[in-house]
Design a protein around this ligand. Structure first.
Ligand code: GDP
Length: 367
């Protein structure tokens, strides 16, 4: 599954938001097996109303949503890369994440101390980003000598070292210029190696602008500045009120819609964050549906059928023959697999088929 790290300066509302999101997710996922792992790690079920429809038609015993793991990474302050605060131990926590949710304080409240003295979301973002870039700079500089030695050798190891050294050098040029490693231009085939560098500034960023209750529906001057910055750097931003989200988390499901409407919102912050995250990471969902279970699977946009099958099991990918495919809309409109087949809406797709969001798939494979 996907893993998100939540970062931000102290007192910006990270814990409030994190607790609200995991509580809301737990409530929404009352029908699913669900667990919260540790105090600062939450595993949430990705809500997707299509699953209920599919499951009811197929009379599935169970619904299994995809999951996203959130890691609340507390303690990032100015000087963290030099070992202040939680320092390096803390930084190790974010090396493995697929995306960063950066919570930014966009609310004024004289009762809540701002560690930097005043509310200034852009300055806050830069403080955090600088710490992360300094840590990356240091870790890459340490690797250059060793990689140069390895690259001089021969064989496969030397070839990989050479490619890696190249990526390291390109990353260093940007970092020394005060730019995050995610801006390194790279070919699709370099992606895996780049990811393996474990850089803190290589994951895509989603800014969560924590605003006052009154600005939840509209955003405010602070959140607009963040939004503009996100646009410049190819990130995304979401306006969210941690206070409102904590309210929602305590409400019974039947009162939720009414409350959302009263504060001028269409969806919970959880739903909006997840949608923004899927867009940021170019993720889509396909389903497997049967009497045992209706299950959602997350893949990257552009994934072909065999690799999509490989998310379920490597054998499915290796022995892939074809995929019986029905769009979710057809499956629902034609009341299931038999109806869809009779109407000619079940397609037999081969190994070059690019899986579409909402596809209901049945993989045929040879052992
Ligand atoms: P963290 O240090 O980033 O995890 O921040 P917390 O979630 O612990 O919040 C710090 C303080 O700010 C707490 O007293 C929260 O109640 C308060 N807080 C969080 N979000 C908001 C908000 O949107 N508006 C206001 N006024 N206070 C908030």
């Amino acid at each position: 599954g996907f893993k998100c790290g939540i970062v931000g300066l102290p007192n910006v509302g990270k814990s409030t938001l994190f607790n609200a999101l995991t509580q809301t997710a737990a409530a929404q996922a009352a029908n699913y097996p669900f667990c919260t792992i540790e105090p600062n790690v939450g595993e949430i079920a990705v809500p997707d109303p299509r699953m209920e429809k599919l499951a009811s038609i197929a009379k599935s015993e169970q619904i299994i949503p995809t999951r996203i793991t959130f890691v609340d990474i507390a303690g990032l302050v100015r000087g963290a890369s030099k070992g202040e605060g939680l320092g390096n131990k803390f930084l190790a926590n974010i090396r493995e994440v697929d995306a960063i949710v950066h919570v930014v304080r966009c609310f004024e409240d004289s009762d809540v101390t701002h560690v930097e003295g005043k509310v200034d979301p852009i300055a806050d973002i830069e403080t955090i980003e600088t710490e992360l870039m300094l840590a990356d700079l240091e870790s890459l500089e340490k690797r250059v000598d060793n990689l140069e030695k390895k690259a001089k050798g021969s064989g496969e190891d030397a070839k990989v070292a050479k490619e890696m050294l190249d990526l390291v050098k390109r990353s260093l040029v940007l970092l020394r210029d005060g730019k995050p490693a995610r801006m390194v231009e790279r070919k699709p085939e370099e992606e895996k190696l780049f990811h393996s560098l474990g850089l803190l500034t290589s994951a895509p960023v989603l800014y969560a602008c924590n605003v006052d209750e009154g600005a939840a529906a509209t955003g405010n001057e602070f959140s607009k500045r963040v939004e503009a910055r996100a646009k410049e750097e190819g990130a995304v931003s979401v306006v969210i009120s941690a206070k409102i989200e904590s309210e929602i988390a305590t409400l019974p499901a039947e009162e939720r819609a009414e409350y959302l409407e009263a504060v001028g919102l269409k969806e919970t912050g959880l739903d909006r964050l997840i949608r923004a995250g899927y867009a940021l990471l170019h993720l889509v969902t396909y389903f497997t549906v049967g009497p045992k279970e209706t299950r959602a699977w997350t893949i990257t946009k552009g994934t072909k059928a065999p690799q999509a099958a490989g998310v379920i099991h490597t054998d499915f990918e290796k022995g892939f023959i074809r995929a019986e495919t029905i769009s979710c809309d057809d499956y629902v409109a034609l009341n299931g697999e038999a109806g869809a087949r009779d109407a000619g809406k079940m397609r037999l797709e081969g190994k070059d088929y690019v899986v579409a969001d909402g596809d209901v798939m049945h993989f045929r494979f040879a052992n």
